[in-house]
Ligand binder design. Sequence first.
Ligand SMILES: Cc1cc2nc3c(=O)[nH]c(=O)nc-3n(C[C@H](O)[C@H](O)[C@H](O)COP(=O)(O)OP(=O)(O)OC[C@H]3O[C@@H](n4cnc5c(N)ncnc54)[C@H](O)[C@@H]3O)c2cc1C
Length: 472
Amino acid sequence: MKRAVIIGTGVGGAAMAALLTVKGYEVTVLERNEYAGGRAAGYERDGFVCDMGVHYSGQGENGPHGEVARKVGANLTFLRPDPFVRFMKDDRWCYLPVQFINPVTVVQLARVVKFKLRNYPQCGLAILKLAGARTIKDVEPYDEMTLKDFLHSYTDDEELHRVFDVFCGLLMVMPYDEASAGEFMWCFSKWAQMKSSSYPKGGFRSISLSFLEAAGRHGTTVRYGESVREIRVAGGRAVGVETDKDFYPADVVVSNAGIKRTVAIAGAKNFPEEYVERVGRLKDSKGAVTLKYALDYRPSEVPILFHYSKKADFSKNLREMLEGKIPEDPALFMPSPTVCDPGLAPPGKHLLMVTTIVPEDLSASPLTERFLDQIEKKMNNLFPGLEEHTIWKHRTNLDWVNQMAGGRGTASVIGLAQSADQVGRNKPSPRTPVQGLYLVGCDAGGRGIGTEQASDSALNTAEMIAADIPPY
Ligand SMILES: Cc1cc2nc3c(=O)[nH]c(=O)nc-3n(C[C@H](O)[C@H](O)[C@H](O)COP(=O)(O)OP(=O)(O)OC[C@H]3O[C@@H](n4cnc5c(N)ncnc54)[C@H](O)[C@@H]3O)c2cc1C
């Protein structure tokens, strides 16, 4: 029986542990934090169970999380109250059916966001094209084009461009003038077609925890508080992993620690020079700041809320922040997970969260504190009485995200940026030049929204490993 060591319990690492275990490998998982889940971990405070990030799932059980769960027998349930999304443009709330594959829904969107009447046909065609992709082959031709250029090839309608910049921020944490149109098409079409936007019972941490529990039932060992210092390489092959406590020999090492960190701990000298240079040039997704409210009332009837105004422009906001300016009225993503799962709070109490995009550069932190002050004021306007109903609130800044992901030195929300030069055939392969060393998670091997990309990566990479180094 082959031994596999997995570094990290992010969604990608946890899914990989379960998938390899059921395939017959002897699996050990090493996690530097004292808890599982990486950027999708959770924490408890005064009877509330809070996501460390701010999440929702585009595909729920019909997407890669569901596929992993079914393959490994994980106990993972997604909840989906209807309606699911409400959004506010220019201070007017409205419901937003997300089935953009349906022309009636596209017209509803056109009315709500106010496309110019003469642009309706071209806007409609662009949306139906983005929502209609079904296979990888449908999206590949658009991988190396930005979403902005894709939309411009149909229309210059200002409101269409603005709302898709907001959707792009929501799905890929990137401004639309950097994001890959093909990757966006993949995320957006799944969101639009599956009709299964949802939230996992028990919070987002239950994705990793349920995968690890299933892995444990099949014999996987998980060690928390063990930081991997070195991936040992001998004769061009990974032979084991050294933590601050022990050495773990392995036939297969799978790293969920991110591609840059993986190359660093395996030793740059063990990789071809051009690989190391390329890895050094890879860019991360943008960062986020969050504010979480524990409340003694129900702030919303629907779980997913978002707001944007005429001033929404992620590229401009990010540029301004790097120049030291606070964006005036940014787009805000504001889920209330207790609408889906009341069990996340004591009876009658609720959670409301808010997040928006900021630079991933940790040095932006002092500025983002002022940005959070402004977001807090905006929340008080959007939810009158919020302050009086607040039991506690919790702000998280850039270093929080950095710690969740294992101290990579960036506040990247997703992992590798899904930009026009870094997806599809330009994305790093999960198979590294060191034999027996693989990557899993959002830096390699998958497509899709955040955690779904991590599960997708695990599904694809587990097959690759089984073909390269069979378990027996
Ligand atoms: C504010 C915020 C909002 C988000 N919103 C959404 C959303 O709505 N929907 C969605 O699907 N996704 C969302 N995401 C993104 C999503 O959480 C991430 O893309 C995803 O969880 C990344 O998973 P991963 O498998 O790549 O691993 P990570 O989450 O990056 O986990 C890596 C793990 O490896 C461990 N590790 C690293 N180095 C070592 C080492 N040397 N030794 C041992 N262990 C190590 C880390 O401690 C960590 O546990 C959001 C994230 C944030 C922060």
